[in-house]
Every structure is written in structure tokens, then in C-alpha cells.
Ligand binder design. Structure first.
Ligand code: ADP
Ligand code: ZN
Length: 753
């Protein structure tokens, strides 16, 4: 297809700059330059890779020539460019960096050095990026026409030929699997002209080993059907339309998504499903693959760079109808999108914490608007802000107030554990576990801290073990025999000698999942116990292996961190014990009550999803906190009413928009001074622009030091988003901090730590 030939182009470079640049295209390159390809351009004294955004509008002055075109096919479309530009403006992040984040790193998999001759005859060497090298190619063998009549071939050669004749073709890998030492016979067959070889591009398939079991659609109940109808209508109408699917745990939200997606595909459109990484279980993927026989791509962090790149290429080429993925899948290059589903929309993990601090849940709405699609946000515990938007009618509300098939919500109790004085289990919880074991039910025990002991103290001199790089205490891990920092890679061997007094009498206080496992094994020696946290799931597929054992019924008691809370449907679980609900409540952040309510509700939601009813026991020091009381009572509305009153009083979202400016560096004094300067210029700019915004700080961040960097922060609150944005843009333009400081502007922070 012919395309416009550009003489001058607009290019975004992945560097900390707040604008794009114009270049001219030398005649020989004009036929290969188009929107979405990468080009090599001179930039100052360097050569950098840039992204072509399109024709330069009003180019002025002397333009430099681009040096080379790096891609044969565009990597992104005009529509995606609009999305990237939106992100740049909203999150105040360079466009080139945004594009780099959006594209799979596999496009840069291999680089080689290359000499380039300039027009003036000079030569220089640069890293040449290729798209081709990350692509896997495989050899395929075919029987030549007439090979069937060949005579005089015996032994291995004859068997291989027969195999090829029967199968039409076979990959090299396949032949090596089937035959011992096939290389000599293959060579002979090929010399005789009886077979031909072809090299083709292949995809790495992350699911090769998995069998797909076809699933049938379940008949929707009334609430599900009502929700489905509204969504289906909207998909058919092809306009932007946002929904909140608010369904209690076990109400069958996934079934609604599956029906909605089937309807979308029937309309000839495609679907994007976002889910938190942790909920992206093989179980969920299996359910999708069981319904939709082909055209599914899955994107998550467990894939290799090459696998990701292959999935991305399949999507880009239109070979995929459904993409399921974690946060970065919001950039999946699906065209003709009909629906975006954001499962567990309340999850903080939709926020990217490094680089472009985007929130995939929010971007789903933005992309939905740009591409005129239906967006379904699903949760049992929606964000306070989402529920508020639904109440105001900005999001359509679809409730699923009951569990499927009339199953009851689990019965729950909160226990005051102040009187336990450091003992892990209340007698009630022990009795409940024993009873559940007796009945053959499975138990989940939740504790949101990993490791053995979370607080280490020298009993001789009182020295507390802290990380030298971060403002946190070390955690003892017994299996690894070390004390670890959970924020950086610092660790000390254990047992250790007190650095203050050389004492060897270390007190291990606080309790993590590792110790909990010990205690459970001691209390219930005959039970089959397993633990799921990031220590036991670090190997590839580790997470899936544990869940598989739970599914098989070969685990009686599963202990875990928030990993066990998410999106799993295991009907054998009839008891959930929340060993301590306090850890998240005590975090100094305006969302800690909301987080606790969500987490406790989600963990509780794992109980009683099968035929037997479930039971939940919650232990807490803050046993009378509204987040715990409302969670235990399955009372979202009640929690919302209390929480929204607090938000209104304190002026937090949805009653304001937030942004946080974080200044960090290794020199403590310089960071403090930098933060003060930043706050001063923000205040001056606020006055001169007459912007109504509250500026709080500067103050040391609650996590005052991480990885050797001191952190100070300034919190901005404003009722009007446009005004806040104007202030931030002005600040960013004028702010010239010393080079040793790093400044991060976090728009819509999900926490203020
Ligand atoms: P949620 O995501 O809301 O927690 P799921 O979608 O995982 O709930 O559904 C919970 C269980 O109920 C699943 O095992 C699912 O197969 C089953 N289920 C969903 N809808 C129906 C239905 N209409 N009839 C019978 N079972 C259903
Ligand atoms: Zn540390």
C-alpha cells in the first residue's frame, strides 16, 4: 500500500525532554519513513533512536537529517500516538519514554555494531537496533514432489521420508524429537532432492504444554443476565461507556466477562482483559482458553522477553482476538477494540511505580474513550472513588449482590487479640482449624508479612537491626539463614554478632509467614501444610504448583501473604483465618482503611465458594476499627459511608485530586534543601497563577530512605484537576534542581509513602 512520503518529520526521543523534535528525511530514505517506525537521529553530539510521530507541522530553521530507518513495519499507529500523547500530558513524562515503555523490550533484543556512511563520506559506528533479531526462526522440512515414488532409500532416511510424507511437513525440532541422530539422513535426503528445507518465523508459545479443555457457558442468573444485557447493548452501540460491575466475592463476575467477550467477538471486535499480576493464574487463563479456542494472547511478567515479543507481534498483526494481561497490557496493540475489562479494579498494582507512573485502571477509561469502547471495571470492593463516580452517575452501576446458586456469604467473627500477649492463635481459631481438619475442609491462614521474625533486637544492649540503606528494620529468614531488608538487596548472615556490643543473644520478635508455618506444623502435626509467599513462589511456575496442590486437595492448610487473597476459586476452602489484620491498618497513608477493608474482604471471599458454607475468623488488635467491622459484616455500603465522610473532612479523593513531588538523593542535607526550594517555587507559582491548591510539606517521606536515597515529599491537593495540572507543568518547566537530586512527579499517587 502506498503511503505519504514525508520530507520532514516529528520525532520523539526517549530522553528527559519536554518536547518533540523535527528532522528532515533524505530522499533515499523517504520511501521507508512512516508514522510508527524508529529512526536513528543525530541529537546533540549523540546518535539516538527516535520514534516517528508523523509529518512535521510548521518545521522551522535548519533541520538535521535522520541517519537511518530502523524498522520495516510501523510499531505503532496514529491512534496509539494519540494515546501516548495523552499519557505524556497527564503524567508529565517525556513522550519518547512513554513510547519506549509501551513497546515490548523485545524489539531491542539484539543489537549489533554497524558502520554508517554519511553524505559527506564520513563514517561512524553505532549500535544498530534490529527488529528481526529477536524473532525466532525455525527450519521446516517437506517431502519433495515425487518423493513418494523414490526407491533405494532405506533405514533412517526412509523412515524420516515416510514421516514427512504422512505429516506434510515437520519442524527441525520435531524431527530431532522423533529420530535418533537424524542429521546425516536429512543431509542425504536433501542431496537427493527428496526433501526441501524452508526457514520460517515461529512464535514461542508459553502454553505449549497445557491441554485446553473446552468449557461450556453457564446459564447466567438474573443479576448476571441483567449486567450482561447492559454491557452487550453498549458493545453493540460502539460508544464509550464505562461500567462498574460490583459483585460480591463468588457472585460470578468472571462468567459475566466471558459472556460479554463472546458477544464482543460475535460483533467482529476484540477484547482486552486486565487483571492484577497476582490474579493472572493458570486457572483464569484456562477458563478463557476453554471458552475461546484460539486467538488469545497472554502478557505477564513470567514470560521471557522473547515470549512477550512474540505475543506482541501476534497482536500487532491482528492474529489475536483477546488479550489477557497485567498492567502493561493496557498498551497491547489491539485494533478494533470492543471491550476493555479491568478485573479487581481496586488493586494498587495497576499503578506503575517506576518511570512513567501510569495507572492502567485509569488508562483503560482513557483508551476506552479514545477508541469508543465499553469499559467494565469489576470488583467486590470497588475503590471509594469508583463507587462515588457510580453514585454520581458518571459510571453505570451493575450490582451482583449475591453469590451464585444461593450460596451464603461466609459466617465471620472478629476476635480481640490484645489479651493474647504475643501468642499467635486464639483458642477459638485453633478450635476452628481442628474442626475444619476433622471435616476434611481446607483452611487458608493469612498474614501479610513474610519471613520468620520481623523485628530483631540485641537482648544485651538493645541494638535494633536496621537496614543501612533503607529506613526499615531487617527481617529474619530462617530457611535462608539471613536477615533481609525487604526494600533493597541488603542482608546479613544469621546468626550474627551484635555490631554494637558483640553480643550473640538476638531476640527474634514479630511474626512472618515462615514462623507461622512452623507454629501450624507444631499444632497440627498430621495436617498437610504449605506456604505461599514470594519466598516460596520465586521459581517459574512456583505459584501455579502450590495452587494446583490446593486444587487437587493435597493441602489441608495453606499459609500465605496477600498472594492467597486474589481471584482464586477453590471450592474446598471452608475456613479462612486472618491471623493479624493490623499490619495494613497501621500504615500511615490515607488509603490504609480502604486497603485493609479490601484485603480482608478479598481474603474472606475465598471461604465457602463450594457446596459447603464457609467460616472466617479475623484476629486483630484494632478489632473495633470500622474497616474490620464492616468487612466482617460484608457491608460495603456501610464502609463506604464511613470512609467517604473521612475523605470529605480531610479533603482526599474523590473530593480532591492529588499529586506528589518526591525529591530524593544520597546527600541528606541536599535533599532537604532541594525539597524546601521545590516547595517554595510551587507556592510562588501557585500565587502568581492564582491556583487553588493546597501544598503540604515538604516533609520526609514515611519511608524516609530507600536504597540509600533519602526521600522528601510535597503533597498537592486541588479540587480542580486542570488547575493542578497547570501548576505542575509550570513547576516542571521552571524547576532546575542540582544534578545530584532526582525529582519525581507522581500524578494520582496510590499511596503517600
Ligand atoms: P467472582 O469472580 O465474582 O468471585 P467467579 O466468576 O469466580 O466469581 O465465580 C465463582 C464460581 O461460580 C465459579 O466456579 C463459577 O464457575 C461459578 N458460576 C458463575 N456463574 C454461575 C452461574 N450462573 N451458575 C452456576 N455457577 C456459576
Ligand atoms: Zn534496605
Amino acid at each position: 500500500m502506498p503511503h505519504t512520503r514525508y520530507q520532514t518529520i516529528e520525532v520523539a526521543v526517549p530522553l528527559p525532554v519536554d518536547r518533540t523534535f523535527h528532522y528532515s528525511v533524505p530522499e533515499p530514505l523517504r520511501s521507508s519513513v512512516r508514522t510508527g517506525v524508529r529512526v536513528l537521529v543525530p541529537f546533540g553530539r549523540r546518535k539516538v533512536t527516535g520514534y516517528v510521530l508523523g509529518r512535521a507541522v510548521d518545521p522551522s530553521g535548519e533541520l538535521k537529517d535522520i541517519i537511518e530507518v530502523l524498522d520495516a513495519e510501523p510499531l505503532f499507529t496514529n491512534r496509539e500516538t494519540a494515546f501516548y500523547r495523552w499519557i505524556t500530558a497527564y503524567y508529565l513524562y517525556p513522550l519518547g519514554e512513554v513510547i519506549k515503555t509501551a513497546l515490548p523490550s523485545g524489539i531491542n533484543i539484539e543489537s549489533r555494531r554497524k558502520n554508517v556512511t554519511n553524505d559527506d563520506g564520513s563514517i561512524f559506528t553505532h549500535e544498530h537496533l534490529t527488529t528481526g533479531k529477536g524473532i525466532r526462526r525455525e527450519k521446516f522440512y517437506h517431502a519433495a514432489s515425487g518423493a513418494a515414488d523414490a526407491s533405494g532409500i532405506r533405514g533412517a532416511g526412509a523412515r524420516i521420508l515416510l514421516f514427512l510424507l504422512e505429516n506434510g511437513e515437520a519442524s527441525r525440532a520435531n524431527i530431532y524429537e522423533q529420530f535418533l541422530n537424524p542429521s546425516a539422513p536429512l543431509k542425504r535426503l536433501s542431496e537427493l532432492g527428496l526433501i526441501s528445507v524452508e526457514e520460517r518465523e515461529v512464535y514461542r508459545d508459553p502454553f505449549r504444554e497445557e491441554d485446553v479443555i473446552a468449557e461450556t457457558y453457564l446459564c447466567l442468573n438474573d443479576h448476571q443476565a441483567a449486567a450482561f444485557c447492559r454491557i452487550a447493548e453498549s458493545v453493540s452501540a460502539a460508544e464509550f461507556s464505562p461500567f462498574l460491575l460490583h459483585g460480591v466475592t463468588g457472585s460470578g463476575k468472571t462468567e459475566v466477562y466471558l459472556h460479554a467477550i463472546a458477544h464482543t467477538l460475535e460483533q467482529g471486535k476484540r477484547a482486552l482483559v486486565l487483571t492484577p499480576e497476582i490474579a493472572l493464574t493458570p486457572q483464569l487463563v484456562r477458563r478463557f482458553r476453554g471458552r475461546f479456542s484460539q486467538g488469545i494472547a497472554v502478557l505477564h511478567s513470567g514470560l521471557s522477553v522473547g515470549e512477550r515479543y512474540d505475543e506482541w507481534r501476534r497482536i500487532r498483526r491482528g492474529e489475536v482476538a483477546i488479550v489477557i494481561g497485567a498492567r502493561s497490557a493496557i498498551f497491547a496493540p489491539l485494533e478494533n477494540l470492543g471491550i476493555i475489562v479491568v478485573d479487581e479494579e481496586h488493586e494498587a498494582s495497576y499503578k506503575q511505580s517506576e518511570g512513567v507512573t501510569y495507572n492502567a485502571r485509569d488508562l483503560a477509561l482513557v483508551r476506552g474513550k479514545l477508541e469508543k469502547t465499553t469499559v467494565v471495571l469489576g470488583s467486590a470492593t470497588p475503590l471509594i472513588t469508583t463507587f462515588h463516580a457510580a453514585k454520581e452517575g458518571r459510571i453505570h452501576y451493575l450490582p451482583l449482590p449475591e453469590r451464585v446458586q444461593g450460596r451464603p456469604m461466609p459466617e465471620s467473627r472478629i476476635l480481640d487479640i490484645r489479651k493474647l500477649k504475643g501468642v499467635t492463635f486464639s483458642p477459638e481459631l485453633i478450635a476452628a482449624i481442628a474442626e475444619n481438619l476433622e471435616k476434611g475442609g481446607q483452611t487458608l491462614l493469612f498474614l501479610n508479612r513474610r519471613g520468620f521474625a520481623t523485628f530483631l533486637l540485641c537482648k544485651d544492649c538493645g541494638h535494633i537491626y536496621r537496614c543501612p540503606n533503607c529506613s526499615v528494620t531487617l527481617t529474619h529468614h530462617r530457611a535462608k539463614q539471613r536477615h533481609f531488608c525487604h526494600y533493597c538487596d541488603y542482608s546479613l548472615p544469621a546468626p550474627s554478632v551484635c555490631p554494637e556490643c558483640n553480643g550473640t543473644n538476638i531476640g527474634l520478635f514479630g511474626r512472618g509467614t515462615e514462623r507461622l508455618e512452623d507454629e501450624v506444623r507444631e499444632l497440627f502435626p498430621d495436617a498437610r501444610v504449605a506456604r505461599m509467599d514470594s519466598d516460596t513462589t520465586s521459581s517459574r511456575g512456583g505459584h501455579a504448583r502450590i495452587l494446583k496442590r490446593l486444587e487437587d486437595g493435597s493441602i489441608d492448610i495453606l499459609i500465605g501473604t496477600q498472594m492467597i487473597a486474589k481471584g482464586h476459586d477453590y471450592p474446598g476452602v471452608t475456613l479462612v483465618g486472618i491471623v493479624s489484620a493490623d499490619a495494613t491498618l497501621n500504615i500511615p497513608d490515607f488509603r490504609s482503611a480502604e486497603r485493609t477493608f479490601q484485603l480482608v474482604s478479598q481474603v474472606m471471599g475465598r471461604a465457602g465458594r463450594g457446596d459447603s458454607p464457609g467460616k472466617v475468623i479475623i484476629q486483630g488488635i484494632s478489632y473495633d476499627h470500622y474497616a474490620l467491622l464492616r468487612a466482617a459484616a460484608h457491608d460495603y455500603q456501610g464502609f463506604y459511608d464511613e470512609e467517604i465522610a473521612f475523605r470529605e473532612d480531610a479533603g482526599y479523593p474523590p473530593f480532591s485530586h492529588l499529586a506528589m513531588v518526591v525529591i530524593s538523593g544520597t546527600a541528606e542535607k541536599a535533599v532537604e534543601k532541594g525539597a524546601q526550594d521545590a516547595a517554595r517555587s510551587l507556592r510562588e507559582e501557585r500565587e502568581s497563577l492564582k491556583i487553588r491548591a493546597e501544598i503540604l510539606g515538604p516533609a520526609p517521606a514515611p519511608l524516609a530512605k530507600v536504597r540509600g536515597r533519602f526521600r522528601w515529599q510535597i503533597l498537592l491537593k486541588a479540587r480542580n484537576r486542570t488547575e493542578l495540572k497547570r501548576l505542575l507543568h509550570t513547576f516542571q518547566r521552571n524547576w532546575k534542581p542540582p544534578r545530584i537530586l532526582r525529582t519525581i512527579i507522581d500524578v494520582d499517587p496510590v499511596d503517600t509513602l
